[in-house]
Design a protein around this ligand. Structure first.
Ligand code: PHE
Length: 445
C-alpha cells in the first residue's frame, strides 16, 4: 500500500506543531518557569531549545522522511541487522507511558472546562475542588476515557483524514483563544507585577535543577526522544524541505509557550496569587483567578478549551507512534489497532489516576504514580532516546547523510557544520551529564 503523505507543507507544519504544542506549553511550562524564577528560566530554556532541541528535531524528521517508516522500522532500515531498532522500540514504549498519564491530566482539563461554565463562584475552596476531583475515582475515570476516545477516533481515521483534518481546524482556534486570553490578562488591573516577574531575570534562582528542568522541558515540549517526529516526518512528501518546516515548528512551539506565560502570570499577580504554585498552577490558581474576574466563567471555559485542544493534538501524535509501528511492521488494520491500543493505554492510565484515591499509599522516591510515570518518561526515556538518536546519526549513519536529506529542497534554512558538531558531541554529552546528575539528585533526594 502507498504510504499516506500530508497533502501540503502546511499540513505537516500544523500537525507537527500540534504535537509539540500541548500540556507541555500550557500546563507544564508556566509552572516550571514559575518555580524556577521566571525570566531566568526562560533564557536557559531558550538556549536548550536552540542548541539541543533544534538539532534533534531536524534529526528525527530526517530519519523519518528518509525511511518513510515508523521509529522501529526506520532504524531497521538505516541499520539493518543491528540492535539500533531498540531506540525506536524505546520510543514506542515511551508513547504508551506518556499518553496514559497525559490523558488523565487532559481529562482534568475537560472536567474543568464544564466546571467553569457552571461553578467558579468566588470564595470557592479551589484547592479542595481540585483534590476532591482527582481523588474521586469515577469522574476522572470518565473524562480520561472520553479523552482517549477522542484521540482514538482521530487516529483511526488516518493521517490525512484524521490527523491533518483535525489539526487544520483546531490549531487556528487554539491561537485565537490564546490571544483573547492574553488580552484579558494584560488588561487586568495590577497585571504589571506579573510582567515584571515574567520578564526580569532573578539570577539567584539558578541551580542544577534549573538546567535539568530546562532540558527535560525542551524534549517534552518539542515531542522529541520518542519517535513522534520520526513518524510525522515519515509522512512528509519528498518534495518538501525539512529544515524550513522544522523552523516553523520550533518557532510556533516556543512562541505559544512564551505567550501562555503572558496569559497566566499577569492574571495570577493581578489577584495576588502565587506564581510558584507548581503543578496546581493551572487547576487551582487559575480557577481562582477566573472566579474573581468579570465573565470569569466564560474565560475559564475558553482557557480549559484551549488546554484540551492543545492536549488532543499532542495525544494523537503519541498514539500515532504506537499505531504506525503496528500498522507498518505487522500490517494490522489501522482502525481496529487504534481502538485496541487506545483501550490498553486507557488501562495503563488507570494506576496513575487511582494514585490520588485507592492507590494513594504508593510512593516511589517520594513521588505518586502519575509523577513516577512522568519521571520515567521525561527524565529517563525521552533524553535517552534523544541522546541515542544523536549518537546514531553522529557516529553510525553519518551527519553527511543527515545533512543532505535535511537540506533537500530547502529555500530558507540550511544546516551544516554547526549541526554536525552539535549532533556528534554537544547533544550527547550535555544530555548525558545533565541526565546523570538529575537521576542522581532524585535518587539521593
Ligand atoms: N509536546 C507535547 C507537549 O508539550 C507532549 C509530547 C511529548 C507529545 C512527546 C508527543 C511526544 O505537551
Amino acid at each position: 500500500m502507498q504510504r499516506e503523505n500530508w497533502t501540503s507543507k502546511l499540513g505537516f507544519i500544523l500537525a507537527a506543531s500540534g504535537s509539540a504544542i500541548g500540556l507541555g506549553n500550557i500546563w507544564r511550562f508556566p509552572f516550571v518557569a514559575g518555580t524556577n524564577g521566571g525570566a531566568i528560566f526562560l533564557l536557559i530554556y531558550l538556549a536548550a531549545i536552540i542548541l539541543i532541541g533544534y538539532p534533534v528535531l531536524i534529526s528525527e524528521m530526517t530519519i523519518g522522511r528518509k525511511t518513510e517508516r515508523n521509529p522501529v522500522g526506520a532504524f531497521k532500515k538505516l541499520a539493518p541487522n543491528t540492535p539500533w531498532w531498540l531506540v525506536g522500540a524505546l520510543g514506542v514504549l515511551a508513547g504508551f507511558v506518556i499518553l496514559s498519564y497525559y490523558s488523565v491530566v487532559a481529562g482534568w482539563g475537560l472536567f474543568y472546562m464544564l466546571e467553569s461554565v457552571t461553578g467558579l463562584a468566588p470564595g470557592t475552596d479551589f484547592a479542595g475542588l481540585f483534590v476532591g476531583h482527582i481523588s474521586s475515582t469515577y469522574s476522572p475515570l470518565f473524562w480520561h476515557f472520553i479523552f482517549m476516545l477522542l484521540t482514538v477516533s482521530v487516529i483511526g481515521a488516518g493521517v490525512v483524514n484524521g490527523i491533518q483534518r483535525v489539526v487544520k481546524v483546531l490549531m487556528p482556534i487554539l491561537f485565537v483563544l490564546l490571544i483573547v486570553l492574553i488580552f484579558r490578562s494584560l488588561t487586568l488591573e495590577g497585571a504589571g507585577a506579573g510582567l515584571e516577574f515574567y520578564l526580569s531575570p532573578d539570577f539567584s534562582a539558578i541551580s542544577l535543577q534549573t538546567f535539568n528542568d530546562a532540558i527535560s522541558q525542551a524534549f517534552f515540549t518539542l515531542s522529541l526522544g520518542m519517535g513522534a517526529m520520526i513518524t510525522y516526518g515519515s509522512y512528509l512528501s519528498q518534495d518538501e524541505s525539512i529544515t524550513d518546516s522544522a523552523g516553523y515548528v520550533l518557532g510556533f512551539d516556543t512562541g505559544i509557550a512564551i505567550l501562555s506565560g503572558f496569559a497566566i502570570f499577569p492574571a495570577v499577580f493581578a489577584f495576588g496569587l502565587d506564581p510558584a504554585a507548581g503543578p496546581g498552577l493551572t487547576f487551582i490558581t487559575l480557577p481562582a483567578v477566573f472566579s474573581q474576574m468579570p465573565l470569569g466563567g466564560l474565560f475559564g471555559f475558553l482557557f480549559f478549551a484551549l488546554l484540551s485542544i492543545a492536549a488532543l493534538t499532542s495525544a494523537i501524535s503519541l498514539l500515532e507512534v504506537v499505531v504506525a509501528y503496528l500498522v507498518d511492521e505487522f500490517e494490522y488494520p489501522r482502525k481496529k489497532t487504534s481502538y485496541i491500543i487506545g483501550f490498553i493505554i486507557f488501562l495503563v492510565g488507570v494506576p496513575p489516576l487511582l494514585g490520588y484515591s485507592a492507590l494513594s499509599d504508593f510512593s516511589f522516591l517520594g513521588m505518586d504514580i502519575l509523577d513516577t510515570y512522568d519521571w520515567i518518561a521525561n527524565v529517563l526515556l525521552l533524553p535517552t532516546g534523544g541522546m541515542l538518536t544523536a549518537i546514531f546519526i553522529g557516529h553510525y549513519w553519518g551527519t553527511d547523510n543527515a545533512v543532505e536529506e535535511a537540506n533537500r529542497n530547502s529555500m530558507k534554512v540550511k544546516v551544516g557544520n554547526v549541526y554536525s558538531l552539535m549532533i556528534k558531541y554537544v547533544v550527547p554529552i550535555v544530555i548525558f551529564v545533565i541526565m546523570a546528575l538529575g537521576v542522581f539528585q532524585t535518587i539521593t533526594g
